[in-house]
Design a protein around this ligand. Structure first.
Ligand SMILES: Nc1ncnc2c1ncn2[C@@H]1O[C@H](COP(=O)(O)OP(=O)(O)OP(=O)(O)O)[C@@H](O)[C@H]1O
Ligand SMILES: [Mg+2]
Length: 502
């Protein structure tokens, strides 16, 4: 098979990190090449170079036997390489159509935007991909999943020869993933070639023809899917074997209930939610995207309103009218949207790690503050194994998994009694996942109750002492470890089955 795209000795460094180290690889024409590796392995940096977003320090890019060099992503798109970025890049206040055709609106004789043509072309595109969206709708009103699909559509609309997808499914539902895969296969049949970055090995086996592994900026190898096992891939990625991803349960779930949510309601979001949490318990919340789990979690934390409902701690009602109250009561909420809500991206890792208890630090510690903070931050970086060249690195420049670890480290600083963790390992590699799971186990063992919202069923089954399943804003069932199965959980999640809580 001929190569459509290859690199020769590409390197790229950032202050303190050699992100891509002398990588040579080839993409065959019409293939889907999965690109995997731990957080910080250099996957996004390499593909950002191919997509014209970053300039390499050295090396050559060869597209269809011709050397190319890009000054911008427009150059790359013009040559036929389009990219879907790891983080959403749509503009919320613009419409679906304007986002798809950003910077290349059809224009008339005096450079006026031809709106009718813009909407019509968008409609054609949406129709071609069977998408029921209004071209004039503002993007901020779409769900994260819809935005992601739109992002992909935008890249496809440039008719690329090579399409690079950087973790495209991290906020998609099962149905959306199926939809995406069908369309990728369809485009592959029409001759498009793909580089597909993901942390989900099951996806690699589902969609890819070959898989390429990077570690610490270096090229490790490329294998055909037909001749490699999942275990082999994991050891290629981490350079060691990983045996038990989820660790062992603490077994101290007999402890008494200390945290209780009573009758939480919000019109259109969730209804009559009542449940208790025991010390040391890891309580899972399963459900399809849109079941109301995040809305519920954010209202418990006081970040979103509720129509009615009460939180009790140790049998006493507590008033939570905002996140500040929640933090005072030692309730931590780790958001699924770490980019939009969780972290202060443009700030240093140091400032992020102390953000939730800044007030405490500044009022009591006085002139010792700086040194103490630095020490605290260094300890946390070590404790949570955050890979960063310094405590002053901007969060923005950390890899996705390291951002997630920073989010965990930041919230653990308030010494929470209750941790609500929304999608704890989205976009996080195997190695970092094991570390996050281990940390959660440690907190549970020390008596902290953990509410874990996840769309990853194996993760819920592997980690939780009990799983509540939501469907359309209500708790439809409670599943205990003896009965754990994806089928049973899904039967509640899809509303096929329902069993009132006893
Ligand atoms: N703009 C930047 N400035 C400084 N360092 C950076 C920048 N971009 C990436 N890095 C660093 O380069 C290394 C490679 O990062 P990269 O984002 O390419 O990893 P990745 O394989 O995509 O990881 P993930 O799976 O977490 O997305 C990391 O150590 C990261 O912190
Ligand atoms: Mg990345």
């Amino acid at each position: 098979m001929e190569k459509i795209l290859k690199t020769e000795n590409i390197s790229k460094s950032f202050p303190g990190v050699l992100a891509v180290d002398n990588v040579s690889f080839g993409l065959q024409s019409g293939e889907i090449l999965a690109l995997i590796g731990e957080n910080g392995a250099g996957k996004s940096t390499l593909t950002n170079i191919l997509g014209g977003v970053l300039n390499p320090d050295q090396g050559r890019i060869i597209l269809e036997d011709k050397e190319v060099s890009f000054q911008s992503s427009h150059d790359a798109i013009r040559e036929g390489i389009s990219m879907v970025f790891q983080e959403l890049s749509l503009v919320g206040n613009l419409s679906v159509a304007e986002n798809i055709f950003a910077n290349r609106h059809p224009v008339g004789p005096v450079n006026n935007i031809r709106w009718r043509k813009l909407y019509r072309e968008t409609e054609d595109l949406l129709l071609k991909f069977n998408l029921d969206l209004d071209p004039m709708m503002l993007v901020k009103r779409l769900s994260m999943g819809q935005q992601q699909i739109l992002e992909i559509l935008k890249a496809i609309s440039t008719n690329p020869k090579v399409l690079i997808l950087d973790e495209p499914t991290s906020s998609l539902t099962e149905a959306e993933i199926d939809y995406l895969f069908q369309n990728i296969r369809k485009l592959q049949d029409q001759g498009m070639s793909f580089i597909y970055i993901t942390h989900k090995l099951s996806e690699v086996f589902q969609i890819a023809n070959r898989v390429m592994v990077m570690r610490d900026g270096k090229y490790v190898g490329t294998e055909k899917m037909s001749t490699i096992t999942e275990a082999d891939l994991v050891s290629m990625m981490v350079g060691r074997e990983i045996i038990n991803v989820y660790g062992a349960a603490s077994g101290n779930t007999m402890a008494s209930e200390y945290f209780r949510v009573e009758n939480f309601c919000r019109e259109g979001a969730f209804h009559n939610i009542t449940f208790g949490l025991r010390r040391g318990e890891i309580l899972g919340f399963a459900g399809l995207v849109g079941a109301g789990r995040t809305e519920l979690a954010q209202s418990i934390f006081g970040a979103e309103p509720k129509d009615s409902g009460q939180v009790n701690i140790d049998g006493k009602p507590v008033k939570i009218s905002g996140p500040r109250d929640a933090i005072k009561n030692r309730i931590a909420y780790l958001t699924e949207d770490r980019i939009g809500l969780g972290l202060f991206l443009s700030m240093q890792i140091r400032d992020n790690l102390i953000a939730p208890f800044l007030k405490q630090l500044s009022s009591t510690i006085g002139f010792m503050k700086k040194k103490l903070i630095d020490r605290h931050v260094r300890e946390k970086i070590k404790e949570f194994a955050i890979a960063t060249p310094s405590i002053y690195q901007k969060i923005l420049n950390l890899s996705g998994g390291n951002q997630q670890k920073a989010l965990v480290a930041m919230w653990m600083g308030i010494r929470p009694e209750v941790i609500i963790f929304d999608e704890p390992t989205r976009g996080v590699d195997v190695g970092a996942r094991v570390e996050i799971y281990q940390k959660l186990r440690e907190f549970a063992l020390a008596g902290t109750g953990i509410i874990m919202i996840s769309s990853d069923l194996p993760e819920l089954i592997g980690m939780c002492d009990r799983i509540l399943v939501m469907h359309q804003g209500e708790i439809k069932g409670e599943v205990l470890p003896d009965d754990y199965s994806e089928e049973l959980i899904l039967s509640f999640a899809t509303g096929l089955n329902s069993q009132p809580l006893g």
